[in-house]
Design a protein around this ligand. Structure first.
Ligand code: IMP
Length: 181
């Protein structure tokens, strides 16, 4: 792995595909154990989580379902500011064991706004699986039940994550070079 260029910026190798997959197998084993005898519903958040969700779900050996949603932010009333809404949630989640699958928790804003909405639909339980977490950037604290990697507050690309639309197809994770910060 060597330095790559995405748009105008340079990125250096950060996590190999093997490191990512080894970690995913550990998370999946935890989920398989925690949800044994249950039939969890994985709700993966597009676009960023598609690769993580795919690799994670392949390691799930218990009965489980998966669906994919997109979160859209629109301008609500003056008091509510921007409101996040789910597009494409066509599953009934009442009484379900829900596992949210997210690529990265950065500020935590997205999930902090969205999770209460899901909670209104009365799932039996709700947990979060995130591949990456940047604790230094998180201003809306969140309990991440299944976490891949804690990473420094640096922009990363690859493995589903993009920089302005590009880089999602890269198998590994790269991070912004120092001089690019
Ligand atoms: P949050 O609401 O600030 O936690 O933002 C989460 C979303 O921002 C993620 O689902 C990503 O789509 C995007 N994001 C945050 N940090 C990065 C990064 O380093 N690279 C690519 N996308 C990121």
């Amino acid at each position: 792995m060597s330095i790559i260029r995405v748009h105008d910026k340079e990125f250096e190798p950060y996590l190999t595909a093997e490191e990512i997959n080894a970690r995913i197998r550990i998370i999946a084993a935890q989920i398989n154990a925690d949800y044994a005898g249950k039939k969890p519903l994985f709700i993966a958040i597009l676009n960023g989580a598609f690769m993580f969700a795919s690799d994670l779900f392949k390691e799930i050996t218990i009965d489980a379902e998966i669906c994919f949603i997109k979160l859209a932010s629109y301008k609500g009333t003056k008091s509510s500011g921007h409101v996040i809404t789910a597009i494409g949630l066509d599953m009934d989640i009442i009484g379900r064991e829900v596992i949210i699958v997210e690529d990265i928790v950065d500020t935590g804003k997205t999930l902090n706004e969205f999770l209460p909405q899901l909670q209104h639909q009365q799932p039996a339980s709700m947990s979060i699986a995130a591949l990456l977490h940047k604790p230094e950037a998180t201003v809306y604290p969140l309990k991440i039940d299944y976490l891949g990697f804690t990473i420094p507050n640096k922009f990363v690309v690859g493995y589903g994550l993009d920089y302005d639309g590009l880089g999602r197809n890269i198998r590994e994770l790269y991070r912004l070079c120092e001089q690019g910060n």
